[in-house]
Design a protein around this ligand. Structure first.
Ligand code: NAP
Length: 479
């Protein structure tokens, strides 16, 4: 593996934190410290802001083709380095290497997609209804952005924001999660190598998120916040953004229903459940959180799912043949343990798993619970772990009401062989995305995002770049 980058990246240079502070990065598979990285404070944030503000004017003027080619080069460099990036990600986050390689490809694809969008930013010219005045319409970058990312997809959550920001001509400060700073720093190195001008991207790793970000949001120079993380933190950042009227995009938490109808193909449903539940060890905003299964097929579905879940190999993500790595940390694992204990207390039966293993690392076994009571805490809490909670239903209206009975609305999964029913239910589900007979919706070419308290705006797809662009209209009277 090449050298691990561990300093702040400000104005195109690698620097220590102004006060020399560092913070540890842990390996969740062993609980041991992997390395230390710079721990930025408000002074470093101000330097990063100065760099982003200074670079903005020239960067906005670069040819779209030049921005496109930087993204394209970075896409190729990421793919060339798939193995080393995957190892880095597995070491700081825990996911098995095969999944980490999958995330590298997914992350790179945002750069390829937005390299293609960079040269398609359009404008307009038109006659206004009075027949005399004309309208010239152009689109321009929103300005310096603050990008805040979570730990669960350390590389892809960064590229999903950096890609459109570069394509649109915005400069930025990226603040990754403190558990997984290494992937973001490696990404900064790759973008520098790909020719990104100094100051366009600045990376500030910190254990003091509030102290570092709040002054940026209040200062009036940062014009856009793009946040991915929990709904609670998103709400706080929305309030902080109100002060200087900072534009926001919010990719927040989920509580996905996974609905299996009596006419579903159960092979497809179980395959879909394995992906929707087990991708990233269940630590995904898109993870199926509540399985609603028609009572006539619930037993069969539960039995088959438990068989598949029980066959998965749990262990350090770097080991060959491992399917399920550790959870991110002990806090995350304790939450999963509490949710399972609560469900069992309220009458749930454990079909497989449910017991924390002895030894180091934050491991938790794939678990299937059935007969879960509707008032169990995991019904209205993101489990963020490898636990499938099964409830039954008998009636279409009833299952839609229960599926929608949550403040979140990111994604829903639906298994039925009936086209009519598939369309009818998709329209009635209060979610931004639907997986129809599939457990995977994420794709850089599709608009990703939620409704209700799952967020504001979309990332990826044709509309992903819109979040980083403003309209300007010029009125032109013609005599
Ligand atoms: P989190 O606790 O909300 O943290 C997300 C990011 O926000 C981290 O970088 C965190 O840094 C930072 N942060 C926390 N408080 C802050 C503050 N006061 N000011 C500025 N930044 C602050 O979420 P997480 O535990 O990392 O990630 C899991 C959550 O993300 C889940 O709810 C999941 O559903 C959601 N998620 C959503 C999507 C989506 O696309 N909708 C995708 C992935 C994940 P610190 O840790 O230092 O506080």
């Amino acid at each position: 593996m090449t050298e691990v980058l561990n300093q702040l990246f400000i104005g195109g240079a690698w620097v220590d934190a102004a006060d020399g502070a560092t913070m540890p990065v842990d390996d969740p598979a062993t609980g041991e410290i992997l390395c230390h990285v710079a721990d930025a404070g408000p002074k470093d944030a101000r330097l990063a802001e100065d760099a982003a503000v200074q670079a903005q004017v020239d960067w906005a003027r670069t040819a779209p083709r030049a921005r496109s080619e930087i993204l394209r080069r970075a896409y190729e460099l990421i793919l060339e380095r798939t193995d080393e990036l995957a190892h880095l990600m597995t070491s700081e986050m825990g996911k098995p290497l095969a999944e980490a390689r999958g995330e590298v490809a997914y992350a790179a694809e945002f750069f390829r997609w937005f390299s293609e969008e960079a040269v398609r930013i359009d404008g307009g010219y038109g006659t206004l209804p009075d027949g005399r005045n004309r309208m010239l319409l152009s689109r321009r970058p929103v300005g310096p952005c603050l990008l805040i990312t979570p730990w669960n997809f350390p590389l892809a959550m960064g590229t999903r924001k950096i890609g459109p920001a570069i394509a649109a001509g915005c400069t930025m400060i990226l603040k990754p999660a403190p558990q997984t700073p290494l992937s973001s720093l490696a990404l900064a190195g790759i973008l520098k190598e790909a020719g990104l001008p100094d100051g366009v991207l600045n990376v500030v790793t910190t254990s003091r998120a509030g102290e570092v970000c709040e002054p940026l949001l209040h200062g009036g120079r940062i014009r856009k916040l793009s946040f991915t993380g929990s709904t609670g933190v998103g709400r706080l950042l929305l309030a902080q953004s109100a002060e200087a009227v900072v534009r926001t995009s919010m990719e927040l938490g989920g509580n996905a229903p996974f609905i299996v109808f009596e006419d579903a193909d159960l092979d497809k449903a179980v395959d879909g459940a394995m992906v929707a539940k087990m991708r990233n060890m269940g630590e995904a905003c898109t993870a199926a959180n509540r399985f609603f299964v028609h009572s006539s097929v619930a037993e069969e579905f539960g039995r088959r799912l438990a068989e598949r879940m029980g066959a998965l190999v749990v262990g350090p993500g770097t080991r060959d043949g491992v399917d399920v790595g550790p959870l991110i940390d002990r806090v995350g694992r304790a939450k999963v343990e509490e949710l399972v204990a609560d469900a069992v207390e309220r009458g749930a039966r454990v079909l497989v798993g449910g017991r924390t293993p002895e030894g180091p690392g934050c491991f938790y076994p794939p678990t299937v619970l059935t007969d879960v009571a509707s008032d169990s805490r995991l019904m209205d809490t993101e489990i963020f772990g490898p636990v499938a909670a099964i409830l039954t239903f008998d009636d279409e209206d009833e299952v839609i009401r229960r599926a929608n009975d949550t403040p979140w609305g990111l994604v829903g999964y639906l298994f039925t062989e009936g086209l009519d029913r598939a369309l009818r239910i998709s329209e009635r589900l209060e979610v931004g995305m639907v997986g129809l007979n599939t457990g995977l919706v994420s794709n850089p070419a599709a608009p990703f995002g939620g409704v209700k308290q799952s967020g504001l705006g979309r990332e990826g797809g044709r509309v992903g770049i819109d979040e980083f662009l403003e309209y300007q209209y010029v009125a032109v009277p013609v005599r």
